[in-house]
Design a protein around this ligand. Sequence first.
Ligand code: SAH
Ligand code: SF4
Length: 348
Amino acid sequence: MTTELLGLQHTQLIELCLQAGVKPVHAEKILASVFRYNNRDLASIKELPLQLSAYLAEHVSILQPQCTAKQQSEDGTRKLLLKMNDGKEVETVLIQGSGRLTQCISTQVGCAVGCTFCLTATAGLTRNLTAAEMVAQVMAGQEISHRNVRNLVLMGMGEPLHNYDEVAQFVRIAADPKGMAFSPNRITLSTSGMVPAIYRMMEDKLPCNLAVSLNATTDEVRNRVIPINRKYPMAELMQAVNDYIKARGNKRVLIEYVMLAGVNDSIEDAKRLCDLLAGLGCTINLLPFNPYPGAVYESPSDVTVTAFRDVLVTAKIIAVVRESRGRDISAACGQLKTEVARRRQSAT
Ligand code: SAH
Ligand code: SF4
C-alpha cells in the first residue's frame, strides 16, 4: 500500500521525512516542487537526499488523473474532464476574470442534496472525492493555464460540507504558503446550508471564505428548492451565518441566490431578502437560473433581475448579478454533470 502524496499536509510530509530517517526540512522541498511547481517526478527533485528519494519511490504514489476532454467556451471559460483511478470522471472549470483565473473545483462525484434546480442533483451521489483528487484538479488547472489560477471556488459538483474531512484537508493544503500558496481570501467554499458543518468550519478556523446558497426568502419556497432546508431551516441557517461572521472578525460571507422565474424573483422576495440580510456583513451574488434540457424552472427576464437587484442596492446591500460563463459548453453553475456534457460533446 502506498501513500498518496497529493493528499498530505506539511505536517504529514514532515512525518514522512522522519519515517525515511531524514531531516524534516526536506518536506519543504517537496511542498515547493510538487505542490507549487506541479512537479510529479519525485526523482527529479535534485536536492532530496538519496535515502528520501528511495523511500518515496517505494512508499508514495502521486495521482495523475487523465484529462479525457477539454472544452473551451466562446467567452474563454475552459472545462476539463478528469478521469480518476477508479474511472469516475469529474469536471473542473477555469473562468477568466480580468487578469488571473478562477478555478471551480468539484468536491464529490454527483451530489446527494437534491436541489430541484440543479443538474448535478439528478444523478444523486456516486462518491466523495479525496483531498488528493481535489489537489489534482488544481494541478491540472495550473498546468493548462501556466500557473495562472489565482482564485479557487468550491462550487463544482457536490456539496463540500457533506465531505467535510477531505474538503478541510484540501483547503489547508491549498492555503499552505510553502506549497500551493493560495491566499485564504481567494478560496471560497459554497454550501447549500449544512448548519452543523458551518459551525465546524468556524471552530476549525478553516482558511477560506464561506458562501451560502440561500436561493429563497421563505422556508416554504426553500423547502421546495433545497430539500435540506427541512432539516436546517432558514432561521437556523441565518443564525449560523451571523455567528460565523462574528467569529471570523466580521469577515464578509457571500450569499448566492439563484433566481428562478416566478418562484423567488418577485419584488416582495427582494424586500424579504433585504430584511434577512440587514446588518449582516454579506455580499450577494444573483445567479439567474441556467437552464438545461428537462429543467422545471426558467430564467427570469433581464428586467426582473435588474429590478430585484435595485431593491437590494437601494437597501445598501452589495449585490452583483453573475453573468453566466461557459454556457455553451455546459460549464456554468449547476451544469457540471459529466454524462450530459459528454453526450453533448459526442453529438457535436
Ligand atoms: N453544493 C454547493 C456548491 C456547488 S453549486 C452549493 O449548492 O452551494 C454552486 C452554485 O450553483 C450554488 O449557489 C447553486 O445554488 C448554483 N446553481 C446550481 N444550479 C444552478 C443553475 N441551474 N443555475 C444557476 N445556478 C445554479
Ligand atoms: Fe448539490 Fe449544490 Fe447542486 Fe444543491 S446546488 S444539488 S447542493 S451541487
